[in-house]
Design a protein around this ligand. Structure first.
Ligand code: SAM
Ligand code: DTB
Ligand code: SF4
Length: 332
């Protein structure tokens, strides 16, 4: 496969390869069995194929968001009926929820806020949440919108392990979905997160009317970062009534699986998370996603505002597939 040798171009070692859309597309278009074989081969080099990492989400501040993301139930700018905006949740309540999630097998606790970016006055509470969850012995993750370099450093110092900030789609398609910030803004926050020394969680959504090339371009951007994100959430759009995308055409399940396989092959060391949309997916589609190299999920009954399959359903599916939850690596 002809990949560009970046190190050669820059005249420095170690050699590193950059993905091109054409190379990625060739893999995406392989006969399905060949694609699955390739994905499994890559997956097994780094991971135990029968282990899946479990994260739990909590919305610490819901609704009333000033951004206009066309898929989101929490945008104050969506055309239809809006969710009631809540205040930032009390720290003790967040910690009580995190304890429950730990008992349910989650190793990472992800806290999300419907903000464009955190306000300085909220930072003390957010920091207390990170410290409290960390003290429970869980990994911590937050998704609070755009971060300045200073905010990223403050969260890192508090013990935040991961920051989630999705590209959502390709650069080309981005402005069709969101107009209140740019693709470049997203990259800048990811840069601030990485420079502060945190692990990066960045992925996107499939099924928003994008083309196959848009999906591929998004993965190319992620895989070509100086360091690929450690965590790559791939969401299937949950069509929310009242949003701009409520009637978006559903993505073909096998196209979804192909995109997961491509993410696995392009980012062999990353956890690929089968994120939103599992409630709307058959068990068989989920099984194919795990076979394609997905090795992380959100557990529990709710995501941020939408439904998730819940503990009983997932425990049964894991039993049927012989999958065990991944344990926390004591060496981090
Ligand atoms: N406000 C923060 C931000 O946007 O950066 C964090 C929360 S936001 C809800 C996190 C991500 O969830 C979005 O970037 C998007 O990828 C995903 N998401 C939101 N609504 C979704 C939906 N209806 N279906 C699938 N994924 C969704
Ligand atoms: C991600 O990629 N998916 C999660 C998390 N990062 C924050 C959010 C999914 C949200 C699904 C819609 C909802 O619950 O409102
Ligand atoms: Fe706000 Fe995040 Fe929803 Fe966009 S995705 S409207 S930034 S909560």
């Amino acid at each position: 496969m002809a990949l560009i040798d970046l190190a050669q171009a820059a005249g420095r070692a170690p050699a590193r390869t950059l993905w091109t859309r054409e190379d990625a597309r060739r893999i995406y278009d392989l006969p399905f069995a060949d694609l699955m074989f390739e994905a499994q081969t890559v997956h097994r080099r780094t991971f135990d194929p029968n282990r899946v990492q479990m994260s739990k989400l909590l919305s610490i501040k819901t609704g009333g968001c000033p951004e206009d993301c066309g898929y989101c139930s929490q945008s104050a700018r969506m055309p239809g009926e809006k969710l009631k905006a809540s205040k930032l949740m009390e720290v003790e309540r967040v910690l009580a929820e995190a304890r429950k999630a730990k008992e349910g097998g989650a190793t990472r606790y992800c806290m999300g806020a419907a903000w464009r970016s955190p306000k300085e006055r909220d930072m003390d509470m957010v920091v207390a949440m990170v410290e409290g969850v960390k003290a429970l012995g869980m990994e911590t993750c937050m998704t609070l919108g755009m971060l300045s370099p200073e905010q990223a450093l403050r969260l890192k110092d508090a013990g935040l392990d991961y920051y989630n900030h999705n590209l959502d789609t390709s650069e080309r398609y981005y402005s069709e979905i969101i107009t209140t910030r740019t693709f470049a803004d997203r990259l800048e926050t990811l840069d601030n997160v990485r420079s502060a020394g945190m692990k990066v969680c960045a992925g996107g959504i499939l099924g928003m009317g994008e083309t196959v090339d848009d999906r591929i371009d998004m993965l190319v951007t992620l895989a070509n970062m100086d360091e690929a994100p450690e965590s790559v959430p791939i969401n299937m759009l949950i069509p929310i009534p009242g949003t701009k995308l409520e009637n978006a055409e559903t993505i073909d399940a096998l196209d979804f699986v192909r995109t997961i396989a491509l993410a696995r092959i392009m980012m062999p060391e990353s956890h690929v998370r089968l994120s939103a949309g599992r409630t709307e997916m058959s068990d068989e589609t989920q099984a194919l996603c795990f076979l394609a190299g997905a090795n992380s999920i959100f557990c529990g009954e709710t995501l941020l505002t939408a439904d998730n399959p819940g503990e009983d359903h997932d425990a049964k599916l894991f039993r049927r597939l012989g999958i065990e939850p991944e344990e926390l690596d004591p060496l981090g």
